[in-house]
Design a protein around this ligand. Sequence first.
Ligand SMILES: Cc1cc2nc3c(=O)[nH]c(=O)nc-3n(C[C@H](O)[C@H](O)[C@H](O)COP(=O)(O)OP(=O)(O)OC[C@H]3O[C@@H](n4cnc5c(N)ncnc54)[C@H](O)[C@@H]3O)c2cc1C
Length: 441
Amino acid sequence: MTAPVRILIVGGGYVGMYVALRLQRKLRRGEARITVVNIDSYMTYQPFLPEAAAGNVEARHVVVSLRRVLKKCEILNGWVVGVDPVARTADLCLHQGPGRTLEYDILVFAPGSISRTLPIPGLAESGIGFKSVEEAIHLRDHVLAQLDLAESTTDRSVRAKALSFVFVGAGYAGVEALAELEDMARDVCRYYPTVDPGDMRWLLVEATDRILPEVGPEMGRWTLEQLRGRGIDVRLGTRLNSAVDGHIVLDDGTEFDADTLVWTAGVKPNPLVHTSGLPLDDKSRVKASADLIVEGFPHVFTAGDCAAVPDLTKPGEMCAPNAQNAVRQARTLADNVVATLRGRARRPYRHAYAGSVATLGLHKGVAQIYGRKLRGLPAWFMHRTYHLSRVPTVNKKVRVLTDWTLGLFFKRETVSLGAISDPRQEFELAIRTESRVPSSR
Ligand SMILES: Cc1cc2nc3c(=O)[nH]c(=O)nc-3n(C[C@H](O)[C@H](O)[C@H](O)COP(=O)(O)OP(=O)(O)OC[C@H]3O[C@@H](n4cnc5c(N)ncnc54)[C@H](O)[C@@H]3O)c2cc1C
């Protein structure tokens, strides 16, 4: 009897999880052993992060447990720190203890992307990204904590700094995150007698002359008007120059202090590409063919944000890094792995961009789908319907739908659990006090 083929999937996000789901369904028993390595034990449904940040959806309902859905796969949690496509090994660094070297016959390389940052003074110390569920939870707690601070302080500069929220980058992550958080903050102001929504400063900084390119120029302009109509200060053709100690300096000369700086100015391939030994293009994406095989390595497949996959619907261009491509590429990739194992022909990936939907807060949205433009409530409804149909597992669909239904009858939760990032604080205080107070015994 021959040993099963070892398939190693690096990354358990959109591509990794959907490839593994399809492989475990399609492969025959004993045909292959599938190992998925991901930093966390869950896949994050990123399009729901803005709603999680706004408290419309419970944060744990936008992530999917890999062990729960990938029952026929081995799941390992840690960082792949290097890949050798010639020796067919990958080095894994675990959260504790010694690392491991994993051997494979077929590699699916899908570690996604990370925030594309710039060397701006103060950004590393003051800024936060918006790519993970932890960042979404933090931002929700943080914004509410800023309102708590503004209500409690008598110092005008502390108050102004607390109520200033700056977002850099106006793609869908930036626009949706800002619009949802502003909507939440405006809504909860009713519980803060001294904070008027007009006291808050929400600023969106964008280096180009447009926002939300994903929905096309016309709907981008409409979104811009909507945001400005809500009092959000959108600066086009503007850059952040500095953010040292929370002091924001823009290149148009504007300067002020802000306690919140969210960096959403695009993504770049995961730096693991540089230690993968795989061929890269000029944007550091792994070079792939249309059938999702890495150039020069017939046993390595790739897709998603880290990969340069030719867009067969637009000759000469590469597929955009979005979920729409990632989830469909995953399907083709899994089928091509099965085809390779069974000696059949692989098929190329081909998908014409369908458009985009974006949420701009409760009952507000914008969409352009197959050329149809939607604004306001219909677009928001479309956003929710579309993403509900896409979020993985029936379990999560029901939970998200329940969150939304409860939201129709009850106001959203307005409590900041900011201390969750430092849960031992109170216990440490107890220990310190104990060591100072003489024992009564
Ligand atoms: C806020 C936000 C909203 C978005 N909304 C939309 C939308 O509305 N529509 C749309 O089409 N797209 C949207 N996107 C983009 C979409 O989510 C991504 O394009 C998609 O997730 C890419 O899939 P991927 O599998 O390549 O990467 P990911 O889904 O990011 O998965 C990569 C995985 O690899 C893991 N990983 C990374 N490095 C390592 C390592 N060294 N070792 C092991 N594991 C590793 C990561 O932990 C992660 O789980 C949004 C993105 C964000 C951030």
